[in-house]
Design a protein around this ligand. Sequence first.
Ligand SMILES: NC(=O)c1ccc[n+]([C@@H]2O[C@H](COP(=O)([O-])OP(=O)(O)OC[C@H]3O[C@@H](n4cnc5c(N)ncnc54)[C@H](O)[C@@H]3O)[C@@H](O)[C@H]2O)c1
Ligand SMILES: [Zn+2]
Length: 345
Amino acid sequence: MRSIELQGAGGTSLIALGLPISSVPDLCQGKKIAVITDGNVYGFHGDRFPECSTIKIGTGEKEKTLDTVHRIYETFLSLELDRSSFVVGIGGGIVCDIAGFAASTYLRGLPFGFVPTTLLSQVDASVGGKNGVNFQGYKNLIGTFNQPQFVLCDFRLLRTLPKAEVKNGLAEVIKHALIGDRDLLSLLEKERENILSLQEDTIEEIVHSSLEVKVDIVSRDEKEGGERRKLNFGHTFGHAIEKTMGLSHGEAVSIGMVMEARLSMSKGLLTVHDVHRIKDMLKEYGLPTAAALDRESVIDAVGKDKKRENQDIHCVLLDGIGASRIERVKLQELAEAFDDLCEHC
Ligand SMILES: NC(=O)c1ccc[n+]([C@@H]2O[C@H](COP(=O)([O-])OP(=O)(O)OC[C@H]3O[C@@H](n4cnc5c(N)ncnc54)[C@H](O)[C@@H]3O)[C@@H](O)[C@H]2O)c1
Ligand SMILES: [Zn+2]
Protein backbone atom coordinates (compact mmCIF):
# COMPACT_ATOMS: atom_id res chain seq x y z
CA MET A 1 0.00 0.00 0.00
CA ARG A 2 1.23 3.48 -0.87
CA SER A 3 -0.24 6.88 -0.26
CA ILE A 4 0.09 10.40 -1.58
CA GLU A 5 -1.12 13.62 0.03
CA LEU A 6 -2.51 16.48 -1.99
CA GLN A 7 -2.43 19.79 -0.19
CA GLY A 8 -5.35 21.88 -1.50
CA ALA A 9 -6.49 25.34 -0.41
CA GLY A 10 -9.48 23.80 1.38
CA GLY A 11 -7.63 20.93 3.06
CA THR A 12 -5.60 17.80 2.52
CA SER A 13 -6.67 14.93 0.32
CA LEU A 14 -5.32 11.49 1.19
CA ILE A 15 -4.86 9.20 -1.80
CA ALA A 16 -4.54 5.60 -0.60
CA LEU A 17 -3.37 3.09 -3.20
CA GLY A 18 -3.90 -0.63 -2.79
CA LEU A 19 -6.27 -0.35 0.16
CA PRO A 20 -9.39 -2.58 0.05
CA ILE A 21 -12.82 -1.00 -0.33
CA SER A 22 -13.67 -2.42 3.12
CA SER A 23 -11.56 0.42 4.60
CA VAL A 24 -14.13 3.04 3.58
CA PRO A 25 -15.93 3.24 6.99
CA ASP A 26 -12.57 3.85 8.73
CA LEU A 27 -11.70 6.61 6.26
CA CYS A 28 -15.13 8.15 6.96
CA GLN A 29 -14.25 8.15 10.68
CA GLY A 30 -17.38 6.18 11.59
CA LYS A 31 -19.71 8.91 10.29
CA LYS A 32 -23.05 8.24 8.59
CA ILE A 33 -22.28 7.41 4.94
CA ALA A 34 -24.30 7.83 1.74
CA VAL A 35 -22.81 6.12 -1.30
CA ILE A 36 -23.36 7.36 -4.86
CA THR A 37 -22.68 4.81 -7.60
CA ASP A 38 -23.95 3.71 -10.99
CA GLY A 39 -25.99 0.62 -11.84
CA ASN A 40 -23.07 -1.13 -13.56
CA VAL A 41 -20.64 -0.71 -10.72
CA TYR A 42 -23.28 -1.70 -8.18
CA GLY A 43 -24.05 -4.86 -10.19
CA PHE A 44 -20.39 -5.93 -10.22
CA HIS A 45 -19.23 -4.80 -6.80
CA GLY A 46 -22.28 -3.85 -4.68
CA ASP A 47 -21.68 -6.84 -2.40
CA ARG A 48 -18.42 -5.20 -1.22
CA PHE A 49 -19.92 -1.75 -0.55
CA PRO A 50 -20.12 -0.44 3.03
CA GLU A 51 -23.45 -1.01 4.80
CA CYS A 52 -25.27 2.27 4.20
CA SER A 53 -27.79 4.01 1.94
CA THR A 54 -26.79 3.74 -1.72
CA ILE A 55 -27.95 6.17 -4.40
CA LYS A 56 -27.74 4.68 -7.90
CA ILE A 57 -27.54 6.78 -11.04
CA GLY A 58 -27.58 5.72 -14.71
CA THR A 59 -24.50 5.46 -16.91
CA GLY A 60 -23.05 7.70 -19.61
CA GLU A 61 -22.41 11.43 -20.13
CA LYS A 62 -26.17 12.01 -20.57
CA GLU A 63 -26.53 11.35 -16.80
CA LYS A 64 -24.00 14.00 -15.87
CA THR A 65 -26.58 16.75 -15.50
CA LEU A 66 -28.19 19.05 -12.97
CA ASP A 67 -31.30 16.81 -13.16
CA THR A 68 -29.32 13.92 -11.73
CA VAL A 69 -27.88 16.23 -9.07
CA HIS A 70 -31.42 17.40 -8.26
CA ARG A 71 -32.50 13.80 -7.63
CA ILE A 72 -29.44 13.25 -5.45
CA TYR A 73 -30.27 16.37 -3.37
CA GLU A 74 -33.79 14.98 -2.85
CA THR A 75 -32.36 11.73 -1.54
CA PHE A 76 -29.85 13.59 0.68
CA LEU A 77 -32.83 15.45 2.15
CA SER A 78 -34.86 12.30 2.78
CA LEU A 79 -31.81 10.65 4.35
CA GLU A 80 -31.43 13.71 6.60
CA LEU A 81 -27.76 14.09 5.79
CA ASP A 82 -25.96 16.89 7.59
CA ARG A 83 -22.40 18.13 7.84
CA SER A 84 -21.51 15.25 10.11
CA SER A 85 -22.34 12.82 7.27
CA PHE A 86 -20.00 11.58 4.56
CA VAL A 87 -20.72 11.17 0.83
CA VAL A 88 -18.72 8.50 -0.99
CA GLY A 89 -18.69 8.22 -4.80
CA ILE A 90 -17.92 4.66 -5.93
CA GLY A 91 -17.54 4.46 -9.69
CA GLY A 92 -15.88 5.93 -12.74
CA GLY A 93 -15.20 9.57 -13.53
CA ILE A 94 -18.88 10.32 -14.10
CA VAL A 95 -19.89 9.11 -10.64
CA CYS A 96 -16.94 10.91 -9.00
CA ASP A 97 -17.64 14.22 -10.82
CA ILE A 98 -21.35 14.15 -9.89
CA ALA A 99 -20.85 12.90 -6.31
CA GLY A 100 -18.16 15.54 -5.66
CA PHE A 101 -20.39 18.28 -7.06
CA ALA A 102 -23.53 17.21 -5.15
CA ALA A 103 -21.55 16.87 -1.88
CA SER A 104 -19.74 20.20 -2.40
CA THR A 105 -22.94 22.16 -2.90
CA TYR A 106 -25.42 20.48 -0.50
CA LEU A 107 -25.53 22.44 2.79
CA ARG A 108 -22.58 24.44 1.36
CA GLY A 109 -20.45 21.34 1.47
CA LEU A 110 -20.52 17.88 3.00
CA PRO A 111 -17.28 15.93 3.43
CA PHE A 112 -16.78 13.44 0.61
CA GLY A 113 -14.43 10.74 -0.64
CA PHE A 114 -14.04 8.61 -3.75
CA VAL A 115 -13.48 4.97 -4.58
CA PRO A 116 -12.61 5.23 -8.29
CA THR A 117 -13.42 2.01 -10.15
CA THR A 118 -12.08 2.75 -13.64
CA LEU A 119 -8.39 3.16 -14.44
CA LEU A 120 -9.18 6.60 -15.85
CA SER A 121 -10.84 7.71 -12.63
CA GLN A 122 -7.95 6.30 -10.56
CA VAL A 123 -5.26 8.14 -12.51
CA ASP A 124 -7.18 11.25 -13.39
CA ALA A 125 -10.84 12.06 -12.59
CA SER A 126 -10.87 11.31 -8.85
CA VAL A 127 -7.81 13.42 -8.09
CA GLY A 128 -7.38 17.16 -8.40
CA GLY A 129 -10.58 18.59 -6.94
CA LYS A 130 -12.56 19.39 -10.10
CA ASN A 131 -16.18 18.32 -9.71
CA GLY A 132 -19.05 19.13 -12.02
CA VAL A 133 -21.71 18.36 -14.58
CA ASN A 134 -22.44 19.06 -18.24
CA PHE A 135 -24.85 21.81 -19.27
CA GLN A 136 -26.66 22.34 -22.57
CA GLY A 137 -24.22 20.21 -24.48
CA TYR A 138 -21.09 21.77 -22.93
CA LYS A 139 -18.91 19.39 -20.94
CA ASN A 140 -18.22 20.21 -17.30
CA LEU A 141 -19.62 23.74 -17.64
CA ILE A 142 -21.01 23.84 -14.08
CA GLY A 143 -18.78 22.81 -11.23
CA THR A 144 -16.62 23.44 -8.20
CA PHE A 145 -13.01 23.12 -7.14
CA ASN A 146 -13.08 21.12 -3.93
CA GLN A 147 -10.79 18.29 -2.84
CA PRO A 148 -12.17 14.95 -1.66
CA GLN A 149 -11.01 14.02 1.85
CA PHE A 150 -9.82 10.68 0.52
CA VAL A 151 -9.39 8.72 -2.68
CA LEU A 152 -9.17 4.96 -2.16
CA CYS A 153 -7.86 2.89 -5.09
CA ASP A 154 -8.67 -0.80 -4.71
CA PHE A 155 -7.09 -2.39 -7.78
CA ARG A 156 -9.21 -5.55 -7.50
CA LEU A 157 -12.18 -3.47 -8.64
CA LEU A 158 -10.55 -3.04 -12.06
CA ARG A 159 -10.87 -6.76 -12.88
CA THR A 160 -14.38 -6.32 -14.26
CA LEU A 161 -13.50 -3.31 -16.38
CA PRO A 162 -14.06 -3.70 -20.14
CA LYS A 163 -10.83 -3.54 -22.21
CA ALA A 164 -11.93 -0.36 -23.98
CA GLU A 165 -12.16 1.38 -20.58
CA VAL A 166 -8.69 0.13 -19.60
CA LYS A 167 -7.37 1.77 -22.79
CA ASN A 168 -9.03 5.07 -21.91
CA GLY A 169 -7.14 5.06 -18.63
CA LEU A 170 -3.86 4.03 -20.22
CA ALA A 171 -4.01 6.99 -22.61
CA GLU A 172 -3.99 9.29 -19.55
CA VAL A 173 -1.16 7.34 -17.91
CA ILE A 174 0.90 7.73 -21.10
CA LYS A 175 0.02 11.45 -21.09
CA HIS A 176 1.29 11.82 -17.52
CA ALA A 177 4.52 10.01 -18.45
CA LEU A 178 5.08 12.23 -21.49
CA ILE A 179 4.49 15.54 -19.68
CA GLY A 180 6.30 14.74 -16.47
CA ASP A 181 7.97 11.36 -15.92
CA ARG A 182 10.44 9.71 -18.33
CA ASP A 183 10.87 6.72 -16.02
CA LEU A 184 7.15 6.01 -16.15
CA LEU A 185 7.43 5.84 -19.94
CA SER A 186 10.22 3.26 -19.66
CA LEU A 187 8.12 1.28 -17.19
CA LEU A 188 5.19 1.33 -19.62
CA GLU A 189 7.49 0.02 -22.35
CA LYS A 190 8.90 -2.73 -20.14
CA GLU A 191 5.80 -3.94 -18.31
CA ARG A 192 3.21 -4.01 -21.10
CA GLU A 193 2.02 -7.55 -20.44
CA ASN A 194 1.64 -7.11 -16.69
CA ILE A 195 -0.16 -3.84 -17.23
CA LEU A 196 -2.60 -5.18 -19.82
CA SER A 197 -3.37 -8.16 -17.59
CA LEU A 198 -3.96 -5.72 -14.69
CA GLN A 199 -1.34 -7.34 -12.46
CA GLU A 200 -1.98 -5.49 -9.21
CA ASP A 201 1.58 -4.53 -8.14
CA THR A 202 2.40 -3.17 -11.57
CA ILE A 203 -0.89 -1.28 -11.78
CA GLU A 204 -0.19 0.20 -8.35
CA GLU A 205 3.20 1.37 -9.59
CA ILE A 206 1.89 3.06 -12.73
CA VAL A 207 -1.08 4.63 -10.92
CA HIS A 208 1.29 5.91 -8.23
CA SER A 209 3.75 7.45 -10.71
CA SER A 210 0.93 8.84 -12.80
CA LEU A 211 -0.71 10.49 -9.79
CA GLU A 212 2.59 11.95 -8.62
CA VAL A 213 2.75 13.86 -11.91
CA LYS A 214 -0.84 15.08 -11.56
CA VAL A 215 -0.60 15.90 -7.84
CA ASP A 216 2.64 17.82 -8.34
CA ILE A 217 1.04 19.97 -11.04
CA VAL A 218 -2.28 20.46 -9.19
CA SER A 219 -0.61 21.41 -5.93
CA ARG A 220 1.20 24.21 -7.76
CA ASP A 221 -1.91 25.40 -9.62
CA GLU A 222 -5.12 24.10 -8.07
CA LYS A 223 -7.45 26.35 -10.07
CA GLU A 224 -5.92 26.12 -13.55
CA GLY A 225 -4.26 29.53 -13.86
CA GLY A 226 -1.35 28.16 -15.87
CA GLU A 227 0.68 25.09 -14.92
CA ARG A 228 -2.41 22.86 -14.65
CA ARG A 229 -2.99 23.34 -18.38
CA LYS A 230 -0.13 20.88 -18.89
CA LEU A 231 -2.61 18.12 -18.04
CA ASN A 232 -4.31 19.03 -21.29
CA PHE A 233 -1.52 17.59 -23.43
CA GLY A 234 -3.14 15.73 -26.34
CA HIS A 235 -6.52 17.21 -25.45
CA THR A 236 -6.44 20.37 -27.62
CA PHE A 237 -6.81 18.17 -30.68
CA GLY A 238 -8.12 15.23 -28.66
CA HIS A 239 -11.35 16.92 -27.55
CA ALA A 240 -11.96 18.17 -31.10
CA ILE A 241 -11.35 14.68 -32.54
CA GLU A 242 -13.59 13.09 -29.89
CA LYS A 243 -16.38 15.49 -30.81
CA THR A 244 -16.07 15.29 -34.58
CA MET A 245 -15.08 11.65 -35.11
CA GLY A 246 -17.09 9.94 -32.38
CA LEU A 247 -14.02 8.11 -31.04
CA SER A 248 -13.63 7.22 -27.37
CA HIS A 249 -11.87 9.77 -25.19
CA GLY A 250 -8.69 7.66 -24.95
CA GLU A 251 -8.53 7.01 -28.69
CA ALA A 252 -9.06 10.67 -29.52
CA VAL A 253 -6.47 11.82 -26.97
CA SER A 254 -4.03 9.24 -28.35
CA ILE A 255 -4.26 10.77 -31.84
CA GLY A 256 -4.18 14.24 -30.26
CA MET A 257 -0.94 13.37 -28.41
CA VAL A 258 0.73 12.32 -31.67
CA MET A 259 -0.36 15.57 -33.36
CA GLU A 260 0.80 17.69 -30.43
CA ALA A 261 4.08 15.76 -30.28
CA ARG A 262 4.60 16.64 -33.97
CA LEU A 263 3.77 20.27 -33.18
CA SER A 264 6.50 20.10 -30.49
CA MET A 265 8.88 18.61 -33.08
CA SER A 266 8.10 21.41 -35.54
CA LYS A 267 9.21 23.86 -32.85
CA GLY A 268 12.49 22.02 -32.31
CA LEU A 269 11.51 20.60 -28.91
CA LEU A 270 11.28 16.89 -29.85
CA THR A 271 13.23 14.71 -32.27
CA VAL A 272 11.76 12.45 -34.95
CA HIS A 273 13.01 9.55 -32.82
CA ASP A 274 10.95 10.84 -29.85
CA VAL A 275 7.82 11.06 -31.99
CA HIS A 276 8.36 7.48 -33.23
CA ARG A 277 8.84 6.30 -29.66
CA ILE A 278 5.54 7.90 -28.62
CA LYS A 279 3.69 6.40 -31.60
CA ASP A 280 5.16 2.93 -30.97
CA MET A 281 4.12 3.07 -27.32
CA LEU A 282 0.54 4.05 -28.15
CA LYS A 283 0.32 1.28 -30.76
CA GLU A 284 1.68 -1.28 -28.30
CA TYR A 285 -1.26 -0.46 -26.05
CA GLY A 286 -3.75 -0.76 -28.92
CA LEU A 287 -4.37 2.98 -29.17
CA PRO A 288 -4.73 4.68 -32.59
CA THR A 289 -2.14 7.20 -33.78
CA ALA A 290 -3.89 8.56 -36.86
CA ALA A 291 -7.35 8.89 -38.43
CA ALA A 292 -8.82 10.41 -41.57
CA LEU A 293 -9.52 13.81 -40.05
CA ASP A 294 -11.46 16.61 -41.66
CA ARG A 295 -9.32 19.70 -41.19
CA GLU A 296 -12.16 22.19 -41.17
CA SER A 297 -14.35 20.47 -38.62
CA VAL A 298 -11.43 19.64 -36.29
CA ILE A 299 -10.03 23.20 -36.41
CA ASP A 300 -13.54 24.58 -35.92
CA ALA A 301 -13.98 22.39 -32.82
CA VAL A 302 -10.52 23.42 -31.48
CA GLY A 303 -11.59 27.06 -31.90
CA LYS A 304 -14.78 26.50 -29.94
CA ASP A 305 -12.97 24.94 -26.98
CA LYS A 306 -13.66 26.96 -23.86
CA LYS A 307 -9.96 27.07 -23.00
CA ARG A 308 -9.35 29.46 -25.89
CA GLU A 309 -8.39 33.07 -25.14
CA ASN A 310 -9.17 35.36 -28.10
CA GLN A 311 -7.63 33.71 -31.11
CA ASP A 312 -4.86 32.04 -29.13
CA ILE A 313 -4.89 28.43 -28.07
CA HIS A 314 -2.91 27.36 -25.02
CA CYS A 315 -1.01 24.44 -26.49
CA VAL A 316 0.96 22.02 -24.35
CA LEU A 317 4.25 21.18 -26.00
CA LEU A 318 6.61 18.43 -24.99
CA ASP A 319 10.04 19.79 -24.15
CA GLY A 320 11.79 16.47 -24.62
CA ILE A 321 10.09 13.34 -23.32
CA GLY A 322 9.02 13.73 -19.68
CA ALA A 323 8.86 17.53 -19.67
CA SER A 324 6.35 20.03 -20.99
CA ARG A 325 5.61 23.71 -21.41
CA ILE A 326 2.62 25.82 -22.39
CA GLU A 327 2.71 28.11 -25.40
CA ARG A 328 0.09 30.29 -26.97
CA VAL A 329 -0.40 29.34 -30.59
CA LYS A 330 -2.71 31.11 -33.03
CA LEU A 331 -5.63 29.05 -34.32
CA GLN A 332 -4.56 30.10 -37.82
CA GLU A 333 -1.10 28.59 -37.23
CA LEU A 334 -2.68 25.29 -36.17
CA ALA A 335 -4.89 25.34 -39.26
CA GLU A 336 -1.87 25.93 -41.53
CA ALA A 337 0.21 23.23 -39.84
CA PHE A 338 -2.72 20.76 -39.74
CA ASP A 339 -1.71 18.57 -42.68
CA ASP A 340 1.88 18.28 -41.40
CA LEU A 341 0.62 17.34 -37.93
CA CYS A 342 -1.47 14.56 -39.46
CA GLU A 343 1.32 13.35 -41.75
CA HIS A 344 2.77 9.92 -41.11
CA CYS A 345 6.41 10.16 -40.06
N1 LIG B 1 -12.71 15.83 -12.54
C1 LIG B 1 -11.67 15.64 -13.32
O1 LIG B 1 -10.59 16.17 -13.10
C2 LIG B 1 -11.82 14.72 -14.50
C3 LIG B 1 -10.68 14.29 -15.19
C4 LIG B 1 -10.84 13.41 -16.23
C5 LIG B 1 -12.12 12.98 -16.59
N2 LIG B 1 -13.19 13.42 -15.91
C6 LIG B 1 -14.54 12.97 -16.26
O2 LIG B 1 -14.61 11.56 -16.08
C7 LIG B 1 -15.62 11.05 -16.94
C8 LIG B 1 -15.11 9.78 -17.59
O3 LIG B 1 -14.79 8.84 -16.59
P1 LIG B 1 -14.64 7.28 -16.91
O4 LIG B 1 -13.80 7.10 -18.10
O5 LIG B 1 -14.28 6.61 -15.64
O6 LIG B 1 -16.10 6.90 -17.41
P2 LIG B 1 -17.43 6.35 -16.68
O7 LIG B 1 -17.58 6.88 -15.34
O8 LIG B 1 -18.53 6.56 -17.67
O9 LIG B 1 -17.13 4.77 -16.60
C9 LIG B 1 -17.00 4.04 -17.80
C10 LIG B 1 -17.92 2.82 -17.81
O10 LIG B 1 -17.35 1.78 -17.01
C11 LIG B 1 -18.30 1.31 -16.07
N3 LIG B 1 -17.53 0.87 -14.90
C12 LIG B 1 -16.97 1.65 -13.94
N4 LIG B 1 -16.22 0.90 -13.12
C13 LIG B 1 -16.33 -0.39 -13.53
C14 LIG B 1 -15.79 -1.62 -13.09
N5 LIG B 1 -14.93 -1.67 -12.07
N6 LIG B 1 -16.12 -2.75 -13.76
C15 LIG B 1 -16.96 -2.70 -14.85
N7 LIG B 1 -17.48 -1.55 -15.33
C16 LIG B 1 -17.17 -0.41 -14.68
C17 LIG B 1 -19.24 2.45 -15.84
O11 LIG B 1 -20.50 2.01 -15.38
C18 LIG B 1 -19.31 3.07 -17.23
O12 LIG B 1 -20.25 2.36 -18.02
C19 LIG B 1 -15.96 12.14 -17.93
O13 LIG B 1 -17.24 12.66 -17.64
C20 LIG B 1 -14.90 13.20 -17.70
O14 LIG B 1 -15.36 14.52 -17.93
C21 LIG B 1 -13.08 14.28 -14.87
ZN1 LIG C 1 -8.55 13.11 -20.75
